[in-house]
Design a protein around this ligand. Structure first.
Ligand SMILES: [Mg+2]
Length: 238
């Protein structure tokens, strides 16, 4: 790191949400099962894929479970407006519960109470605003921790597009070099953060050990988010 880094203390931490704050795959699995679909449900997966293929690439609505359930009900000949909405509501309630349970079990309140004393905390995430606010409202109902949330739906493009990052820097009223981006996805979180001029911390907490790529040059890696304060100290001293 250069001299400049020493002169500019870190001011903000920008977190990816899914599989960074909690294990999103686990929550999605439980939520999907709550409406009757096992992971390997091929017919449901086909409905999901057909929704995704129909939409323009990178369109936020490709994440929308309501569209998957609607398509599934239509293809099964079970469609009604209320059935599509009821499945979505059941799914959302279970998803929220899993996020909340994991957040508590992982002791995240303690970690984020510590972090918020030193840094402004923001979230930058690819998904619909509604789904991400449902998750965040179950972790942090009063925005006690995360003051700023930018979803791909807010800006119309997804990470790794630099527009998403520019939006969060602008809302923080900070330069990229004042910020650390923390995420689990090398292509969507780490590479663009470094390119923009932020520091980057790659968390592998929910990535299988035998499935982990090499730590990208210029970033720091942690295997538990709980180790973030330590690595932030290192970054500040570098
Ligand atoms: Mg993620």
């Amino acid at each position: 790191m250069n001299m400049l880094t020493n002169l500019m203390p870190l001011k903000a931490l920008i977190f990816d949400l899914d599989s960074t704050l909690v294990d999103a795959s686990l929550a999605y699995k439980v939520a999907q099962e709550s409406v009757g679909f096992k992971d390997e449900d091929a017919f449901f997966q086909a409905c999901r894929q057909s929704v995704k293929h129909r939409l323009p690439q990178g369109h936020t609505s490709a994440h929308h479970r309501l569209l998957y359930f609607k398509q599934w009900l239509e293809q099964k000949g079970l469609y009604s407006h209320s059935a599509a909405l009821e499945m979505t509501a059941q799914y959302e309630v279970t998803l929220q519960k899993s996020y909340r349970d994991q957040w508590e079990a992982l002791n995240r309140p303690q970690l984020f109470n510590e972090l918020k004393e030193k840094y402004v905390l923001a979230v930058i995430t690819n998904e619909t605003a509604r789904t991400q606010l449902l998750k965040l409202s179950s972790l942090d109902p009063k925005s006690h921790f995360f003051k700023i949330v930018v979803t791909s739906e807010d800006v119309g493009v997804e990470k790794p597009h630099e527009t998403v990052f520019r939006e969060v820097y602008a809302r923080l009223n900070l330069q990229p070099q004042d910020c650390v981006v923390v995420g689990d996805d090398i292509d969507n979180d780490i590479v663009p953060a470094l390119k923009m001029g932020s520091r980057a911390v790659w968390t592998t907490e929910f990535i299988q050990k035998n499935n982990r790529p090499k730590v990208p040059v210029g970033s720091h890696a942690i295997d538990r988010l709980a180790n973030l304060p330590l690595v932030l100290q290192e970054i500040s001293r570098a």
